[in-house]
Design a protein around this ligand. Structure first.
Ligand code: LLP
Length: 402
């Protein structure tokens, strides 16, 4: 059953604010300390199943990008579904292994891998390092030699494509620090024969995050095909092609689209990525797997009528969910278990001493009072993992429901 809140003066009466939380959940939340992250594990499992189903159709391999959420309760069902892991630190590699991901499905990316992290990954015989510069390749070669191992690597290339997303989360344009720039390809090829402890098996790219325009993925594939052909013409063959992650989710309508359109996404890549039957195709999906299963539950501490604005001051802040402050990101905000006839437009703000500490501006909500609960939706990805301790904040706990 859904709780429905009629709006009066602010919006047409046909527009309703609906929360997916049931009255029983609202009652349970009301007795809990806030803020906390709420995770719907049954939605997570459905999402995993749908992603796996559509990937299987094309024999694609998904590596879950741990950077989106590293909670063990989230990782375990993903590992159990047979997904691989995409890690960007030594600690993420260790967390993935501990959660049950098989080392031979772990890829390790990142523009600044430390020697310690490279040694950790070598010690656990991970599947592949996604290498981001010529110098990094030399260092991995050296450390692999010391460890008496051969490191398998994929070359991360920068396809120089434009994508429709926030400019802080593009990674494949000329101004981004990621990937080996085309100007270094010749030098890399000359160097490779001298590197006896690395084996290049793959080509990798990743263009950014929260991308919903399938044309962006199409253009990436076309550019990737060109780069792959260039390397092949110069004598380098790849058994593995990795096109990264980036599939976006619907922040505006989380209940209408709780599961992203994996079908169109994989179909697009399948259609435009050239490959031989022997070449394995890999993806690194983070947000699309975990974003919609998480909400940040917070309580109204105070309401305040300012000179021009009405504020709802809540007990969660940018320390729990930094996306609005950092990327001006929209998250749907809903009142949970609040029944009021009147509604107002609130700026929903946190307690942190920064003006960027807000979750939403002019959000139409039922008249709020101290103690009311709000759910900030689509917070399962890049929410809890980006927690900070600024203002000596305590870590908000996680609550799971299956
Ligand atoms: N692979 C690589 C190499 C990446 O850099 C990323 C994300 C992914 C895969 C996973 O992308 P996804 O499928 O989750 O879009 N904190 C930002 C997002 C940063 C993404 C960083 N890289 C946000 O909250 O929007």
């Amino acid at each position: 059953m859904l709780l429905r809140y009629p709006f009066d003066n602010q919006r047409k009466s046909s527009e309703l604010c609906i929360t997916m939380f049931t009255p029983a959940q609202a009652e349970r939340f009301a007795a809990m300390e806030t803020p906390f992250f709420y995770y719907d594990l049954s939605l997570l499992k459905k999402t995993i199943d749908v992603a796996a189903l559509h990937a299987r159709k094309h024999q694609f391999h998904i590596h879950y990008a741990l950077k989106a959420n590293v909670n063990r309760e989230i990782l375990q069902p993903i590992a159990a579904a047979g997904f691989g892991a995409d890690c960007v630190s030594g600690n993420e590699v260790l967390r993935a292994l501990e959660a049950g991901f098989s080392p031979d499905k772990v890829v390790f990316a990142g523009v600044g891998k430390s020697d310690k992290e490279i040694r950790t990954a070598l010690a656990h015989d991970i599947f592949c390092f996604n290498v981001e510069s010529v110098e990094e390749l030399q260092v991995i070669n050296e450390l692999a030699a010391q460890a008496g191992k051969t490191a398998t690597v994929a070359l991360r290339v920068n396809p120089l494509v434009e994508v429709n997303t926030h400019h802080y989360i593009t990674t494949g344009t000329a101004e981004n620090k990621f990937g080996i720039p085309p100007r270094d390809f010749d030098a890399l090829l000359q160097l490779l024969p001298q590197l006896s402890y690395v084996k290049v098996i793959g080509l990798h790219t990743h263009i950014g995050s929260q991308i919903c325009d399938m044309d962006n993925f199409k253009n990436t594939c076309l550019k990737f095909n060109e780069i792959r052909r260039w390397f092949e013409e110069h004598g380098l063959q790849f058994t593995d092609l990795n096109v990264g992650g980036g599939l976006g989710v619907d922040y505006k309508q989380p209940d209408e689209h709780p599961i992203p359109d994996f079908e169109s996404y994989f179909d697009t890549v399948s259609r435009y990525l050239e490959r031989t039957p022997q070449q394995q195709v890999h993806f690194e999906l983070g947000r699309s797997i975990v974003a919609q299963c998480g909400s940040l539950i917070t309580r109204v501490l105070y309401t305040k009528q300012g000179e021009t604005k009405r504020f709802a001051i809540v007990d969660a802040g940018m320390t729990e969910l930094i996306r609005p402050a950092l990327y001006q990101a929209y998250h749907k905000i809903e009142a949970v278990g609040v029944a009021a006839d009147e509604s107002y437009a609130y700026d929903v703000v946190g307690p942190i001493c920064e003006s960027s500490d807000f979750f939403g501006k002019e959000v139409v909500l039922p008249a709020l009072k101290r103690g009311d609960l709000l759910a900030i939706r689509t917070a399962g990805a890049y929410g809890e993992v980006m927690t900070s301790f600024y203002n000596l904040r305590e870590k908000a706990p996680a609550v799971y429901e299956d």
